[in-house]
Design a protein around this ligand. Sequence first.
Ligand code: FNR
Length: 185
Amino acid sequence: MTKKIGLIVGSLRKKSFTDAVARQAAERLPEGYSFEKIEIGDLPLYNQDLDDNDNAPKIWTDFREKIKGFDAFIFGTPEFNRSVPGVLKNALDVGSRPYGKNVWNGKPALIISVSPGAISAFGANHHLRQSLVFLNVPVVAQPEVYIGNVTNILDDDLNITNQGTLDFLKSAVETLADWVKRFEN
Ligand code: FNR
């Protein structure tokens, strides 16, 4: 059966560099793997009172159900002030609760960090990795995917122009596909 990979991007910008790079990576998943973008921009900020009172917004419960239907995830993250954008952290938090019902549990993930700067969103990449480890997500160890100076490899339509980068992204998503098999129950 086709394995479903969820694409989650920590930028809400229409012309997001991160979205462009993560999508072009996902398009290189091997045969037998499909991907779908999961929107996170409308999720209300996490507030435990709502879960405690059995009053979780439908949009949270729908999101949690949706996440359960995926086999693995590609996380594309930009860096905001040396960390993960709040919108992405909020999506992780919403999926992690109520306590004991973490929907990310055991599903492998690949992190792709993207920046126009030279440090390649290293800080966001590592903070995201740490949160995912806490959520019991097996995060692809190698290759680590840091895409820096991104505007040098994108054309006006945000297509990646550098074959070496495309080959590298392909190898990364192939590794994620291997990890799906490795962690299959
Ligand atoms: C940034 N940017 C940024 N870049 C970086 O490499 N390290 C950082 O810590 C930050 N901090 C930061 C904070 C905030 C609030 C914004 C809006 C931006 C710049 C960022 O990398 C740039 O805007 C990217 O283009 C954002 O990614 P998308 O939207 O193109 O995917």
